[in-house]
Design a protein around this ligand. Structure first.
Ligand SMILES: Nc1nc2c(ncn2[C@@H]2O[C@H](COP(=O)(O)OP(=O)(O)OP(=O)(O)O)[C@@H](O)[C@H]2O)c(=O)[nH]1
Length: 514
């Protein structure tokens, strides 16, 4: 019964509500009354209060959108359902979509009741440089280490259904990282052929990659394995389901040798069958853990050395390896270079491209790369290497892999933290190989010539003459050396503030660090 102070319109609304939520007259005779009646008002309220015009932050707007506004008309022209003609439509009062909230700028600067998103974010108001905490590296929570039992050829990375089964970890909510290579294909590069592997994982939704350099695999057949054991993905070569066909395996890249119209050999599911005849004295595979850098690798930015480093890593890994004479290879041998670049999608040292772009602007007004990150509320370095560890294990490159193909790896990096992180993942680092910027190598060589150490530039060693040539912005794969003031400042900061191991031989006194 409507309350006596209701208007007539209210009363009709109340009557409608009553019809919608009141007891069903037919059901009234039944033994069971409607049990969902109490929910109906909630459902109606939810249905009417949501819709394409309502967002989480705009729930206090009038819930009926401006259906008559020109912009909304095409989508919400209800007159065509009511048979209203255009004159009647034009004479009808045009509804306007009116917000009862204050302007966003006002709400952000004057948080009323601590509602989410009403608080200014740290990135909106960078901290002054002199109020910053120490540059402690903020990393993603470290993950539990893999065991031989759970590493290797998992057909599908899955979260364990039984949390009891997980080994104890300070972050109980995180399952162990599992990766699965979804596809592999041959990529010809300026430095030689590579195999690109695309990985999925159970930790983030990013597609991390492995560029495997092992061209000996191209000449391999099941009957004629190569001298060094091939670097292959266990999860890719696994049998994914009992119905998979040879063509399924070929399409995802689980094949042996070189794929062509005339040659298609699906791989066999265990790496043992494709394992080459182990030769002693084969150096451990050379690897690099590389973090995505859109600006350096795609745009050719000379603010950092990332593009050059990616190119240089692929180049160095592709260099042929001379094997000394041993019992198994009495005359010695030269085998193609072998190793991998694990390409992690952790742009901007893990802070993302948006924040990195903001950080660049802070750098332009005088802050270095570390300070800029801190001012934006980020850590100096927010990267993690657990996924890299899992990918290396999947490729048989960790001592704790299922069926490892080497005892350890040689790592191309100047960053000691990376070495430490890999060791924590159970990947044995037998050697750290420095990544000296090409322009520094050239300058060093010129110094040596000046000092009479060489008569000419020492182009005879592994760096080809043309690689020395500085090409502005030539940081892309197959490019030359990159050089510039911004880059020098960046490199100096990495050495002086981030502990990267590089000789600052070209140090000039009085150069301000940015
Ligand atoms: N936040 C931020 N990230 C940057 C900047 N310049 C490059 N990066 C990112 O830094 C990452 C590469 O890290 P670096 O610190 O250059 O080198 P590293 O990988 O730690 O060490 P190396 O193995 O020796 O190359 C990439 O993800 C780049 O996008 C910068 O100015 N600010």
């Amino acid at each position: 019964m409507p309350s006596p102070h209701y208007s007539q319109e209210d009363a009709s609304d109340a009557a409608l509500l009553d019809v919608l939520i009141g007891p069903d007259p037919k059901a009234a005779k039944s033994v069971f009354a409607r049990r969902d009646a109490a929910l109906d008002p909630l459902l109606i309220a939810a249905a009417t209060a949501s819709g394409p015009h309502v967002t989480r932050n705009h729930y206090t707007h009038d819930f009926f959108p401006g259906v008559m506004l020109p912009r909304a008309e095409a989508a919400w022209d209800w007159t065509k359902f009511t048979g209203e003609d255009s004159a009647a439509k034009a004479s009808r009062k045009r509804l306007a979509y009116v917000s009862r909230q204050g302007p966003r700028r006002q709400r952000l600067s004057l948080p009323e009741d601590g509602k989410e998103n009403d608080q200014p974010r740290e990135t909106d108001h960078p901290k002054p440089a002199d109020k910053l905490p120490l540059p402690i590296k903020k990393r993603r929570p470290s993950l539990v280490s893999f065991t031989a039992a759970n590493a290797g050829a998992n057909p599908r990375p899955e979260v364990s259904a039984n949390p009891q089964a997980l080994p104890p970890t300070p972050h109980q909510s995180l399952p162990p990282v599992e990766v699965k290579c979804m596809a592999r294909t041959r990529i010809p590069t300026p430095h030689g052929p590579a195999f690109l592997h695309l990985y999925h994982n159970n930790r983030d939704s990013k597609e991390h990659l492995a560029v495997v350099i092992d061209p000996a695999q191209l000449d391999e057949t099941p009957e004629h394995p190569s001298i060094a054991p091939p670097i292959r993905s266990r999860s890719l070569d696994a049998v994914w389901n009992e119905n998979e066909t040879a063509m399924d395996r070929i399409i995802r890249g689980a094949y042996v040798g070189r794929l062509s119209a005339a040659s298609q050999h699906p791989s066999i599911s265990t790496s043992k069958t494709t394992k080459g005849s182990l030769c002693d004295n084969i150096p451990s595979p050379l690897i690099r853990i590389h973090s995505e850098c859109f600006t350096g690798e795609t745009v050719g930015s000379m603010r950092c050395d990332c593009g050059e480093q990616l190119d240089e890593a692929i180049r160095q890994i592709s260099l042929p390896i001379a094997l000394p004479a041993t019992q198994s290879v009495p005359n010695g041998a030269t085998i193609p270079g072998r190793g991998a670049v694990i390409y992690l999608r952790q742009e901007g040292r893990g802070i993302g491209l948006l924040s990195k772009i903001r950080a660049y602007n802070l750098q332009d007004i005088g802050h270095d790369t570390v300070t800029a990150n801190l001012m934006l509320g980020h850590g100096a370095d927010e990267r993690g290497y657990e996924i890299a560890g899992s990918i290396l294990r999947d490729l048989g490159l960790g001592a704790n892999s299922v069926d490892p193909i080497s005892d350890g790896v040689r790592v191309l990096t100047n960053n000691p933290d990376k070495v430490e992180a890999l060791e924590k993942e159970g990947i044995h680092v037998v050697e750290r190989v420095s990544m000296i910027p090409r322009s520094w190598q050239k300058r060093q060589a010129e110094e040596d010539v000046k000092n009479g150490i060489y008569a000419t530039l020492p182009h005879s060693h592994d760096l080809k003459a043309e690689v020395y040539d500085e090409g502005a912005g030539a940081t892309l794969i197959g490019g030359k050396a990159v050089h510039g003031d911004d880059l020098d400042k960046y490199l100096r900061t990495k050495v002086l503030r981030m502990g990267h191991i590089l000789p600052l031989w070209m140090e000039e006194p009085n150069v301000q660090i940015y």
